[in-house]
Design a protein around this ligand. Structure first.
Ligand code: SAH
Length: 403
């Protein structure tokens, strides 16, 4: 039996149901657990704390599967966890084709992300859609087969693709890997729909699993505020917010991204929805420079979206990231007409909601505008946040209105 015994008093976080144990909290390891093997975690005085997955190469040495002493970790366990997560989504998230089915720790499956893209029937694309997974820890890697089987059974979707091309796997001693895990090869793009808008998703070559499912509710909000407005969408990727704005009746939408491929898909999305392409302008450019140029040229907008990539990969990068967030928010605010709206986001886990609000406040001060927070924003209900695991919060945003 593999047993991990903690140093004295290091059991506290597990007793509060936090699912990680760092290497420096461990006193000794008995048995020779392989990467991803199940271990029993005990307190220094021998009490059972959890069953968990062992990651020999990671500083996060142990990730908890279960705090229940009577729960074995076997195929049935993964079937239960996957079914529970899927049932929760079916109850909470309807009328959308793109859903996060499994969100790691919050679903009791640390290190696993699964998104489900349901094909839009109106497109004639039959089939039951596509599941896309990211296995980012040794434990879920070791149980991949069980998880894939459970996913197909719980969703009725036989097509499972892996996008574990994420650098975090190196910390687990795992290579980056992509490919088909079950069912058919994914089509070039799958057309899915969200808030009544159709989107092409390239699960093989797109970012992450192909689409930023986490912004669904925020795109819906943009849609409701877009009527007759002139919109600027920075870091637009495949046009998520841009298409939402067009659906909502925006007069004109200018979108910026430095990825030509993403912009090509965005233009396909305009077509897929039958929108007038003349309402949309796509700029293949650096957003920092282009924001400044647009401002200097006297362009002004009624609604600006700033949804940049993660600027702070870790805590060491917070200062530099804060300057970058301030830079775009400063120019974004200056580009707004009086009464204009700014939807601004950060997906850097290392920058919390409080710090992000301070950065935006600094930008408003430097822009010499009165910015009012209308709403605090975050990811949708398919990205739950475990109370015991505040680290799970990464996407935060603000809806601001300038006076
Ligand atoms: N809002 C999008 C997701 C944005 S992801 C949605 O709803 O789908 C971030 C995007 O920023 C990526 O598409 C990436 O290509 C782009 N990007 C990264 N650095 C950039 C830069 N300096 N200028 C412009 N775009 C950039």
């Amino acid at each position: 039996m593999n047993i991990v015994t903690l140093k004295p008093s290091k059991e506290k976080s597990l007793l509060r149901r936090h699912p990680w144990v760092y290497a420096n909290a461990i006193d000794r390891v008995e048995g020779k657990p392989a990467s991803g093997a199940t271990v029993i975690v005990r307190s220094h005085d021998g009490r059972f704390l959890a069953r968990a997955a062992y990651s020999p190469h990671s500083q996060i040495r142990v990730r908890v599967w279960s705090f229940d002493e009577n729960e074995p970790i076997d195929h049935a366990f993964f079937k239960r966890r996957v079914q529970r997560a899927v049932a929760h989504r079916q109850a909470m998230v309807s009328r959308t084709g793109a859903v996060r089915l499994i969100f790691g720790e919050a679903d009791g499956l640390p290190g696993l992300i699964v998104d489900h893209y349901v094909a839009d029937r109106a497109d004639g694309a039959a089939g039951r859609g596509q599941l896309v997974c990211q296995f980012m820890a040794a434990g879920v890697e070791a149980w991949k087969e069980a998880i894939v089987g459970a996913l197909a059974a719980a969703t009725g979707c036989p097509n499972v693709y892996e996008r574990s091309d994420v650098s975090i796997r190196e910390k687990e001693g795992l290579e980056q890997i992509t490919g088909r895990l079950a069912g058919d090869e994914p089509p070039e793009t799958i057309v899915t729909s969200e808030n009544g808008v159709r989107y092409h998703v390239d699960v093989r070559n797109g970012h992450k699993t192909g689409f930023y499912v986490d912004q669904r509710d925020n795109r819906a909000l943009v849609q409701t505020f877009a009527q007759d407005r002139e919109v600027l969408n920075c870091f637009c990727y495949t046009g998520g917010f841009s298409l939402a704005a067009m659906k909502g009746g925006a007069k004109r939408v200018v979108s910026i991204d430095s990825s030509g491929e993403a912009l090509a898909t965005a233009q396909k999305n305009v077509e897929a929805n039958g929108f007038d392409a003349a309402r949309a302008t796509w700029l293949d450019a650096d957003a920092f420079k282009t924001l400044r140029r647009l401002h200097e040229e006297g362009e002004r907008f009624d609604l600006v979206v700033l949804d940049p990539p993660k600027f702070a990969a870790s805590r060491e990068h917070v200062d530099r990231a804060a300057r970058a967030y301030k830079d775009i928010n400063l120019t974004g605010l200056k580009l707004l007409r009086p009464g204009g709206l700014l939807f601004t986001y950060s997906c850097s886990g290392a920058i919390d909601a409080e710090l992000f609000q301070k950065i935006v406040a600094g930008a408003a001060a430097d822009a010499k505008v009165d910015a009012r927070i209308l709403k605090r924003l975050g990811a949708g209900v398919d990205h739950p946040l475990l109370t015991a695991f505040p680290e799970g919060e990464y996407l935060k945003g603000l809806l601001l209105q300038v006076a």
